[in-house]
Design a protein around this ligand. Sequence first.
Ligand code: C5P
Length: 397
Amino acid sequence: MSLHSKKIILAISGSIAAYKAAFLCRLLIKQGAEVKVVMTKAATQFISALTLSTLSKSKVHIDIMDDDSWNNHVELGLWADLIIIAPATANTLSKMVSGQADNMLLAVYLSAKCPVMFAPAMDLDMWKHPSTKNNLQALKEYGNILIDVESGELASGLVGDGRMAEPINIVRYIKEHFNKSQRLKSKVALVTAGPTHEALDPVRFLGNKSSGKMGIALAEALYEEGAEVHLILGPSNHRPQHEGIILKPVKSAQEMFDACHEIFEKCDIAIMAAAVADYRPTSISDQKIKKKEGDLNIELERTPDIAASLGKIKNKQVLVGFALETNNEEANAKRKLEKKNFDFIVLNSMQDKNATFGHDTNKVTIYTDRGEILPYELKSKKEVAFDIIDQTLKYLA
Ligand code: C5P
């Protein structure tokens, strides 16, 4: 696969490895990519902008302001299919984590909607430092893709980890990335996410603590793999980062049920990541319920089980469920797998303090209808999403 017509921003920060960015630029162009270069001021001390503008046949962006004009970082960020930050210095990594935007490279990074890869380069001890490790972890959790350093002789004369990956290896990663994103081309996916709110009166509801982050990460990952994605999202403060995801905000379980049934037939994949309320008030008061002496009893009825209803009518669709259990985890997950006719179910562990509600990480075990039990490490929700997609692909016709 070539990189024909792929729009790539090559972002260069100030490390001795910046000279390799010229080779990287040349390789990307040779593969058919359209390349625009963004550099920090420090990078221009290692390699000239003229070299990069000649290789990329395009103006190199260094300052947010040029004499009397303003460089549009938002436009650049939106133009790209991919940003590769190579070399990424310890300083740039740290600023990316904290969201600083004091140069063009960082402003483009913050404005970008496309996947971001970064290839760090730094000295051995800087690489080993706990703050660098924390920054790498945070960047991965934001969904950025790390191209790991290589080992060898460093500019300091020391030998060890910290060398920027060789340009040829970076190109290999980039090609793999674009290859991967074709895996769900022409597939249609439905994802439910977030909590539901079941109204009691005009101002009150029954709800739960779901943030919607896992389902949103799934929608983003499915979209990045090329699928048409319909995200049916309950009340959540979060939104997916890709504008191409078809978002349907809903409030109640009934609204979520209706939205799912409207599109299920044309779907190839349906992933039920929402924490749907199991009960709702039997009646919704037209007016705010007033305080009175004594207790108040609320009568509840069952909400429709969306997943089970789709499980009954599914034909070609791969149907994936989630289970959040506090006890008898395995038995409960397996029971739901069968009862709701899922192809596989993703069990969230409540045992790990960094997993489940509100966190950016999750630890899951997948139980399949083929009898497999697949435990995974604690990972970012985006990485978990890709594990779920890998599993889904095994079921797609
Ligand atoms: O039965 P339980 O709520 O634990 O099942 C969890 C799975 O079923 C999740 O995939 C959830 O999204 C789905 N579900 C649903 N509609 C409901 C309840 C759960 O789709 N009313």
